[in-house]
Design a protein around this ligand. Structure first.
Ligand SMILES: N[C@@H](CCC(=O)N[C@@H](CS)C(=O)NCC(=O)O)C(=O)O
Length: 199
């Protein structure tokens, strides 16, 4: 199995994290983003969106971190990180979508400014980040995990950009339930982190 990967990418981290938690062996292929490898003709055949991560597993090519989480959990985790129950699948999907939209458009954007010097509206991203953190904190008030009373791909999808918040100068310390949840994720056997994550 091959993962087209970039070390500072939170989206790639979601996939690396699940692969490690599942103890599935893979080869990390670092995309040469400086030289726009992800926009090359060859790369676009794998992922026409020109983004990473991309996973190659035998004859299967799959892109988008959330799609990859679903694939890996269904194929290699005996559903323990996902579900086959329609309602439970829907509950998990709520968070995969939240990660793709609300988190990607808030904490991720704030980080882009300070980590990658991107020309973005940090003030707006900060306001959106606080709303996201309030929502997650409120949800976790009575829970250890986002759904199903156990760790699932919902947690892994939302985790990296929340744990990387300080790189975007977003303070998560006031969100005590979020902080507790981060520690729960970090205590999972097989957990791997990345530079910049809150400890
Ligand atoms: N929804 C996609 C987003 C992927 C994405 O935006 N990846 C970023 C790196 S974190 C990327 O490829 N950026 C380069 C580009 O879009 O040109 C996912 O979850 O994988």
């Amino acid at each position: 199995m091959k993962l087209y990967d970039r070390i500072p990418s939170g989206n790639c981290h979601k996939v690396r994290l699940l692969l490690n938690l599942l103890n599935v062996e893979y080869e990390s292929i670092i995309v040469d983003a400086m030289n726009k490898q992800h926009k090359s003709e060859e790369y676009l055949k794998m992922n026409p969106r020109g983004q990473f991560p991309v996973l190659l597993d035998g004859v299967n090519t799959i892109y988008d971190s959330h799609a990859i989480l679903v694939y890996l959990a269904a194929k290699y985790a005996n559903q323990s990180w996902y579900s086959q129950d329609p309602y439970e699948m829907g509950l998990i999907q709520e968070w995969l979508s939240f990660s793709s939209n609300e988190i990607a458009n808030s904490l991720n954007i704030a980080r882009l400014k300070y980590k990658f010097n991107a020309d973005v509206d940090w003030d707006l991203a900060q306001k959106k980040s606080i709303l996201v953190l309030k929502l997650v904190d409120q949800h976790l008030k009575t829970r250890d995990w986002l759904e199903l009373d156990r760790p699932t791909i919902a947690d892994l999808a939302c985790y990296p950009y929340i744990a990387l918040a300080s790189e975007g100068k977003i303070d998560i310390q006031p969100f005590l339930n979020v902080y507790r949840w981060i520690q729960n994720v970090q205590n999972l056997p097989g957990y791997i982190g990345m530079d910049g994550m809150i400890q």
